[in-house]
Design a protein around this ligand. Structure first.
Ligand code: ATP
Length: 204
């Protein structure tokens, strides 16, 4: 398949909106068609982890060199180790792996790609909840949140929805009924369709 047909797919949407659920269905249905990029990290490999497979293991010095060279789409430090998604790792999924790269990132990451790495030319997909009330129900139902993490995620969701309202995404998928939403997502990422759903007004 041509590299143009293997444009990376950026999947973005509020926490709890169902991104992982939808992507799991896609990976299960189309084994070998999609891939995630391999991240860089400065942490030491654990037993069984292979360089270039689990992660690109690197020294802090080379990691920082790559940061300076604007080689990362996003990077962050967690408990003393640096982690990042490099531009090259995303390109390699198509070039070396022959797969479409799926990037599950937040709106900050979307903004960084648009500002610093537009040549990646991804298809930007926003996964929207049907309403903020349903997002609250899903996050509560998942059983992973405390009161404060729930409030933080809902506050972040409002900011993400506001960003989506600016037209930053090529296409929107409203995850109301899972099978219906999956059908729309599949149309976009497998059949290269450009029609999605209308972004809800979120006026509650
Ligand atoms: N269409 C749907 N209808 C009802 N529940 C759903 C639907 N899609 C997903 N869910 C449920 O909503 C919860 C959140 O889904 P999921 O974990 O996939 O969200 P996420 O967007 O990946 O969140 P995060 O960004 O925090 O990883 C899960 O419990 C999931 O089973």
């Amino acid at each position: 398949m041509s590299l143009a047909a293997l444009r990376p797919i950026v999947i973005c949407g509020p926490s709890g909106t169902g991104k992982s659920t939808l992507l799991k269905k896609l990976f299960d249905d189309f084994p070998g068609k999609f891939g995630f990029s391999i991240s860089h990290t400065t942490r030491a490999p654990r037993p069984g982890e292979e360089n270039g497979v689990s992660y690109h293991f690197t020294t802090r010095e080379s990691f920082l060199d790559l940061v300076k060279a604007d080689g990362f789409i996003e990077h962050a430090e967690f408990s003393g180790n640096m982690y990042g998604t490099s531009v090259k790792a995303v390109e390699d999924v198509a070039k070396d792996g022959g797969k479409k790269c799926i990037l599950d990132i937040d709106t900050q990451g979307v903004k960084l790609i648009k500002q610093h790495h537009p040549h990646l030319n991804p298809v930007y997909v926003f996964i929207a909840p049907p309403s903020l009330a349903s997002l609250r129900t899903r996050l509560t139902g998942r059983g992973t949140e405390t009161d404060s993490s729930l409030s933080a995620r809902l506050a972040a969701a409002i900011g993400e929805v506001e960003y989506a309202k600016t037209g930053a995404f090529d296409v929107v998928v409203v995850n109301d009924d899972l099978e219906r939403a999956y059908g729309v997502l599949k149309g976009i990422v497998v059949e290269n369709k450009t029609e999605g759903d209308k972004l809800p007004a979120f006026e509650e």
